[in-house]
Design a protein around this ligand. Sequence first.
Ligand SMILES: Nc1ncnc2c1ncn2[C@@H]1O[C@H](COP(=O)(O)OP(=O)(O)OP(=O)(O)O)[C@@H](O)[C@H]1O
Length: 624
Amino acid sequence: MTSRAADLWAELIVAEKLQFDCPSDQPQEPNFAVVYRRQKSHIIPQDADRRLSNSTSSYENRLSFLPVKRISWNRSLSTRGRTSVAATVCAELHPQKRKPGRKAKPPLPRGKKVEAANYDKERAYFQEVDDFELMVESPSPNKCATWTTGIQTDAIIISRLSSVLQKWLISKKLNHTYAPPASLSKILETPASRKESACGVIYGSANVKTPEKKSLQVPSGLYSTQNKHFGSRDEDVSGGRPLSETGIGEICPMDEGGYEDIEVGVSKLSLTSRPSSVDAHTWDPFLALLAACGQSAPLTLLEILSKYCEPQTIAKVGEGTFGEAFKVGENVFKIVPFDGDLRVNGEIQKKSEELLEEVILSGTLNSLRAHEGHLLNSCSTFIQTMDMRVCQGHYDASLLKAWEDWDGKHGSENDHPKEFPEKQCYVVFVQEHGGKDLESFVLLNFNEAKSLLAQITLALAVSEAAYEFEHRDLHWGNILLRRKGLDTVQFTLEGNEIHVRTYGLLVSIIDFTLSRINTGEDILFLDLSSDPELFEGPKGDKQSDTYRKMRDVTGEFWEGSFPKTNVLWLQYLVDILLLKKSYERTSKDERDLRSLKKRLNSYGSAREATSDVFFSDLFVIFQH
Ligand SMILES: Nc1ncnc2c1ncn2[C@@H]1O[C@H](COP(=O)(O)OP(=O)(O)OP(=O)(O)O)[C@@H](O)[C@H]1O
């Protein structure tokens, strides 16, 4: 960003602040949306530091589930990037210096009387900003917070522990190498199990209901779909230390078995049989994460990289606060360090259990891909995760080179990864390459804009039907676009096949950090109330307003199912398409968009929104 833009920026945020503080004086809303990214919080409670350093040196004494009201929230949802607005100023307590030249936001001036907002300046600012090539990461409010699944009491922690272990046990069963599922294969071959996977509890449409905490059900859908993505486990799994030598192995032996031994394993975790203190010290989320990735020991980064391409061909494609994204062969590797002492980009690293949840969530959304066309609800709009692996060691030389090349061209906001020590662990998400984010993608015409909205609306509708899914952070950095010569893309919603005209545009949704999902066993969600900054963005900024509207809709009961939040993000997207993106369109097209936005007010879910007339000429429906 040029210094002129920075100056304009400083003036703008003063004006914004004044307007925010004195809404009655200046009720008028700005004409241009500001993209709000959350600011890094620099308040690191001593407690958090202590816990972190305790947990990283050895895996043996790792605390199991941290108290769910976690300090990690305070590492906070970061605000980064060019167009960010700093809504609050946090005390700078953490010792790590910011990388010189990092594009930090100007602080929000406080207590200073200034003139009211001048929108000509704002317009000029955004003009300048838009001219600046958009290369860096999505404006994602950065994660941090802890995934949580319930009210923060000991009993709930135990129950959560048990339920995550259920998932671990299931994951283990998913893995051919761990436990060749001979009996399972037979079950899968039967028509009954296929039918169950189509209408099953986990992947069925209306079967997932929030309040029910189901007893363990072996998700045949999980086997029949996820096996296809994660089925090819390899040498490292069988060759490594068997989990039966670990604490987890004692809970559920590693040898063969069908559903029974999963149930036996889980039953051993019942509240009556195990005091919470025992659970807290025998459960090791790192081992569970390994198991969920089908491993018994971490790989090196080079091992996984070299399976996908010649390491010299790797190029960096993007960055977030916690993840670096590299193009590796045809795929994108998102590499997220975790559990280490070293601050990454000023943030405390994520913990194993957070990554475990993310792994589960990615796997669950993956299962919406209908490989055999037998799912009641399916779509391919959520980014495909091909593999997820735990790695350990220094950053590989090929990645360092790619990182430096990108830094030279674009100027990274992240710390140089050469700092990672030998003990550093990472989760590598191997994903399909989803293209460019909406922020930087150049839309050509109104048809593309319509198809974008249609694909997102249907994907949300499908995921609502399957998992009560709410993305809760669907800003323009989390929508990837690419052009592909497909006329239509297929969705299945409650058994109905719907083909959406693409006009050559294919949409992928990424970043499920704030998302809420009901897997049928657990409700995974983030307690956004723990991050008040999220709701303090400038008034009139569409993204910030959307967080506040979500808060109103949910009444801060973030665990609950409120599909309306998906509708709020659809309205945000309409605004973005009207206000922030330029493409060939008529005034009638704009009127249509505005009418859609208005009608969206009356829809309670993306599912309902699919019936809107706006989409009628884009959908071709086949009823079964
Ligand atoms: N599958 C993908 N295909 C193409 N680009 C991707 C993919 N995944 C991530 N990227 C790129 O990397 C950037 C960072 O990814 P992502 O937002 O998932 O990381 P993150 O660490 O979760 O970010 P943050 O925490 O800051 O939101 C994205 O904005 C995008 O440009």
